[in-house]
Design a protein around this ligand. Structure first.
Ligand code: SF4
Length: 195
């Protein structure tokens, strides 16, 4: 597949995280989601006009500086697959120019992903997909999967389910500018913190 230019709308980039997949990972939360899971813990990522626009090349240049420090990339949101065409272009750069693993968190089910025009092209560049709407009544107490209805698809041999059971439920990141961020899969509810 040839790499074409495109624009991606991003909510936040976390250079190094331990609560968004195995090992120390770089995380991109995409901006924009229309799937409307009840009890979504990232509602600020829903509007498509928020966040910051990046060209696929610009976003790749931004994150690749973390390659020596991070074992892979986690794509979260918002809904990454609602920016699918540009996402394919971005992931092609990641796959061709780094040895990073790629984990995709999506609200689409496995069957819905297959039906998306760019679904299989995205999957060509991903190691693990965690798929399906978040359902708070099926929230899991531990692990990285979030809610029990979600399905996990290992597309390469890079990881196994046991790697995911080791991922912390939440983390607190204190940025160099003093900003404090809590990340993880529904961290506020799962560790009982109050907003
Ligand atoms: S797909 Fe993700 S961001 Fe979108 S509503 Fe569901 S949990 Fe929230």
């Amino acid at each position: 597949m040839s790499v074409s230019e495109g624009v991606l709308r991003v909510h936040h980039i976390e250079p190094l995280s331990r609560a968004n997949g195995p090992g120390r990972r770089t995380v991109i939360w995409f901006q924009g989601c229309s799937l409307g899971c009840p009890g979504c813990f990232n509602p600020q990522t829903h509007p498509f006009e928020g966040g910051k626009e990046w060209t696929t090349e610009g976003l790749f240049r931004k994150v690749r500086r973390y390659v020596p420090l991070s074992e892979g990339l986690t794509l979260s949101g918002g809904e990454p697959l609602q920016q699918g065409e540009a996402l394919v272009s971005f992931l092609a750069r990641v796959r061709h120019q780094t040895a990073w693993s790629v984990i995709l968190l999506t609200g689409y089910t496995w069957e819905e992903i297959q039906a998306l025009p760019w679904g299989n092209a995205v999957l060509d560049h991903v190691d693990v997909v965690i798929a399906g709407r978040y359902q708070p009544e099926q929230r899991l107490a531990r692990g990285f999967i979030g809610s029990a209805n979600k399905t996990v698809h290992f597309l390469t041999s890079r990881y196994t389910l046991s790697d995911f059971s080791q991922v912390p439920v939440a983390e607190v990141i204190i940025a160099p500018d003093g900003g404090v961020r809590v990340t993880g899969i529904d961290p506020v509810h799962r560790v009982g913190w109050q907003r």
